[in-house]
Design a protein around this ligand. Sequence first.
Ligand code: SF4
Length: 186
Amino acid sequence: MEKHKRAKMWLTHPYKWGQKYSLWPVHFCTGCGAIEMPPTMLAPYDASRFGMGPMASPRQANLLLITGYMTTKTLKYVIRTYEQMLTPRYVLSFGSCPIDGGLYYTSYNTINHLEWYLPVDVWIAGCMPRPEAFLMGVNRLMEEIEAGRADGYKRYEENIDYYRRNQERTLGKEFLAELKQVEWLT
Ligand code: SF4
């Protein structure tokens, strides 16, 4: 049955298979989770088995990994990076900090709700999630892509006023003005 389902999907939605098995994370890490990335990408976890390979340039990547807490300064670079990426693009966030601030909930310079600024497709809870949890998150993202539910990039475009308001509140008008000067937004 499963075989038939997959054959039907291949025939009717080959592009979804392409998207599902072509995840290119941009080589950009935030917070403590950066430490988990080398073992995840290399042996013994070997993330390339899942069709993943880190890309140096956001313009050639479609997966943004938020690997831990984010300061307001880092958030600026994360938003710039996200907006340069190809669509469909996905955000996978791990660790408690991007969800609700985690250990840094009361910190004056750490953001505690990533979802206010960028659309997240898959969350992985924990402090810090191990590589196994990260790969489970990747599998979950693949399922969401296959089901057509990994639509964070559409939410971003449709609700851009909401995201811009939150970005301006935290990062200031100057940041939005800088963004507007950048070629990919004009
Ligand atoms: S969730 Fe824990 S491990 Fe991850 S960034 Fe926050 S404090 Fe660090």
